[in-house]
Design a protein around this ligand. Structure first.
Ligand code: ZN
Length: 300
């Protein structure tokens, strides 16, 4: 416990230093790791009032609540024009975005939140454990506890801090925040109901609990509870039975296998429960394998 307290103090100090010297921190452009992140992809209706507005691989979502729009994820910095085009071609206006939030504080999902916040005046909601990362433009990241010394993306002012079990309500929509802790300390999924054609759909925007390359489960001083967090998230995710599910990356929910631009509207294409359960089983197996390997190495 003492070490956790010390760590929390150290992180706060680092963050305070980073924020205090905000004007001195420089922005450093880091190249996209995957060209599919920046490739355009036409927006389309997933089900009812729920739309895909992301890039070829970065899952970004729009909900038309009847009293304004909710945007979930904004892609990497530079995605703004692609997402804007998708939103407008679907017949919506950026000025109607009232809430922007994200599945987790990595640059490929929050990189253009600041741009959307600026044009729409929307309020930014974020899980409290990823807020510091966003507010320092990715300078503070559990993978680099001393900070990087530069902003990775434009810093974001978070208006509302959330935690699992909280709800984001707007118009006809009530999003429940679900923990996806592990991938980042404050990663989340969202569940909500959509009505369409006399049917009710239980929708899941799922944040995959993959372990980024280079991340150590047993030696991650910036994230001391990651082993427990991964385990409890994977257990919780294994229990979901969504009617419709999508994810933070198109590849994680097989978008390009089940949908081609111009295909007719058919929500059922995103309802493959067996495929969802396989994803969770694979992710769990990878986590257990890496943990076992790290434990075996630690014993030597
Ligand atoms: Zn990530």
């Amino acid at each position: 416990m003492k070490s956790k307290l010390l760590l929390a103090t150290a992180l706060t100090f680092v963050a305070a230093t980073a924020m205090g010297q905000g004007t001195e921190l420089q922005y450093k452009k880091t190249p996209a790791l995957n060209e599919d992140w920046q490739k355009p992809f036409p927006g389309f209706k997933i089900v009812g009032n729920f739309y895909y507005v992301g890039t070829y691989d970065l899952g970004c979502y729009l909900i038309d609540t009847g009293q304004g729009l909710i945007l979930i994820n904004t892609g990497i910095e530079g995605s703004f024009p692609l997402i804007k085009e998708s939103i407008e071609k679907l017949g919506f206006k950026l000025s109607d975005i009232k809430i922007v939030t994200s599945t987790h504080g990595h640059r490929d999902h929050v990189g253009d939140i600041a741009a959307f916040q600026k044009v729409s005046g929307a309020k930014v909601y974020m899980e409290e454990r990823d807020v510091q990362t966003l507010e320092t433009g990715g300078n503070i990241d559990y993978r680099q506890t001393k900070g990087r010394g530069f902003y990775v993306y434009p810093p974001i002012k978070v208006d509302v801090k959330t935690k699992p079990g909280d709800h984001i309500k707007l118009g006809n929509t009530d999003l429940t925040i679900r923990q996806a802790f592990g991938h980042t300390p404050g990663a989340v999924s969202f569940t909500f109901n959509v009505q369409d054609g006399g049917k009710n759909y239980n929708v899941l925007i799922y944040n995959s609990d993959g372990i980024n390359q280079g991340v150590k489960l047993l030696d991650s001083p910036g994230y001391p509870t990651n082993v427990e967090d991964f385990a409890s998230t994977l257990k919780e995710q294994a229990a979901y039975k969504p009617d419709i599910w999508v994810s933070s990356h198109a590849g994680q929910f097989n978008l390009h296998q089940v949908y081609k631009p111009g295909d007719p509207y058919n929500p059922a294409r995103f309802g493959d429960l067996a495929a969802y359960q396989k994803k969770i089983a694979d992710t769990t197996r990878n986590y257990e394998k890496q943990l076992a390997e790290e434990r075996a190495t630690a014993k030597k």
